[in-house]
Design a protein. Structure first.
Length: 407
């Protein structure tokens, strides 16, 4: 991988540039004073929006992953900008030796391909696509080690844990020695990780009323502004289930050491409890630009366009244990993190289909997690599937979920 010189910008490939994470990443790049550059921008079908971003950020390469998407909005840009189409175009752009960091922000299981190609090429992967680790955490870390790649978290919760772990030295490291860059080196000092969750819009809603939740109610997140898929995952707490799995791989800890607390204000982004009883939390406004900037800048501290907390006004910070009857996705996430193997691919596929069905009015909200549990129970578990087998299991789970919904 090409190393950026001090006087050169760090060249970023933004996968999923037209989504909410992509928009925040481009804000960070615009505010970087030339230290970061958007070298590659990708979209699936939103070519008109991609064209607008290209005129503003002047990337060298654009990628449209859907080869059937409307190409007309990009026709004029093709005179000065390389435009690639289809999954092969994504592979070519991500693997370019000119790219320093790949921001993986494509939603869902579709994001795994970009994450895989980035690590295959030895890139630094700024990972916003948690599904990549849900599907193939073990394989991705093996790939990173083999090719000299690096995975940095973009999820606010995992970024918070990374920052908290950076505050201590690895075990048996002398005072004054370098801590290194891998927080897994500190795992012997950790009693537990504590992921915070807002609880979404339904943390206080009577359980019997969850059967009548509307799409509009489920999309009304109280603190975060996100895309539809992740907003529904937040309402079911499936996002927290996936974050348990993600933390298991990022920090090399068993699920028994990964807890969840409800924190409605979304100010504490997560915490680490150390073996001596100390708890270190990372706090900030509920804004994705800080964790994105940290990942794009190699976890270096720089001025950020995200607003700071206003300490001149009084505020209450509440913490509650989660109600696992209300949010059965949490124990489901622990099970998948413990089982590993094919479990993550199956649950992720079922969840994507079930969420789409809820948004389309085909199933009620409270059925989403139960469908995922049923599909997991009925699949034939495999401990060490290959990448190709994971994709096959993903397809099978989607078909089975569609059948379940249609019956």
């Amino acid at each position: 991988m090409k190393e950026s010189q001090k006087d050169e910008p760090r060249r970023i490939a933004v996968l999923g540039a037209t989504g909410s994470i992509g928009a925040s990443a481009l804000d960070v790049i615009a505010a970087s004073g030339g230290r970061l550059a958007a070298a590659v921008l990708t979209a699936h079908r939103q070519t008109a929006k991609l064209a607008g971003l290209a005129r503003r950020f002047r990337p060298e390469t654009l990628v449209v992953t859907d080869p059937e998407a409307d190409r007309a909005p990009l026709a004029e840009l093709e005179r000065t900008t390389r435009v690639l189409y289809g999954p092969e175009g994504l592979d070519e752009a991500v693997s370019s030796p000119e790219i320093d960091v790949v921001l993986a922000a494509i939603v869902g299981g579709a994001g795994l391909r970009g994450s895989w190609r980035a690590l295959e090429a030895g890139k630094t992967l700024a990972l916003a696509n948690k599904e990549s680790l849900v599907l193939a955490g073990s394989l991705l870390f093996d790939l990173a080690r083999k090719n000299g790649g690096r995975i940095l978290p973009v999820d606010s919760e995992h970024s918070a844990i990374w920052q908290a772990l950076a505050s201590c030295r690895p075990a048996e490291t002398p005072y004054g020695a370098s801590c290194g860059s891998d927080p897994a080196e500190r795992k012997d000092l950790v009693r537990r990780l504590i992921l915070t969750a807002s609880g979404g819009p339904f943390r206080n809603k009577p359980l019997d009323e969850l059967r009548r939740v509307t799409v509009g109610e489920a999309l009304a997140h109280p603190t975060w502004k996100m895309g539809k898929k992740i907003t529904i995952d937040s309402a079911t707490m499936m996002n927290k289930a996936f974050e348990i799995i993600e933390a298991r791989w990022l920090f090399d800890l068993p699920p028994e050491k990964i807890g969840v607390v409800i924190h409605p204000q979304s100010i504490i982004h997560s915490m680490v409890e150390f073996v001596d009883g100390a708890v270190i939390a990372q706090m900030g406004t509920p804004d994705m630009r800080l964790p994105i900037q940290l990942a794009l800048c190699g976890m270096e501290r720089r001025r950020c366009p995200a607003p700071s907390l206003d300490w001149s006004r009084a505020r209450a910070l509440e913490l509650f244990p989660p109600d696992e009857e209300r949010f059965p996705a949490i124990p489901l996430g622990r099970r998948v993190a413990r089982d590993g193997g094919s479990a993550g691919a199956v649950v992720n596929a079922a969840n994507e289909v079930a969420v789409a069905a809820f948004l389309a009015g085909k199933i009620p909200f409270h059925k989403i997690t139960g469908i995922c549990q049923s599909i997991l129970e009925h699949h034939q578990f495999e401990q060490e599937p290959s990448l190709e087998r994971l994709f096959e299991l993903d397809r099978q789970a989607r078909t089975e979920t569609q059948t379940w919904i249609s019956d």
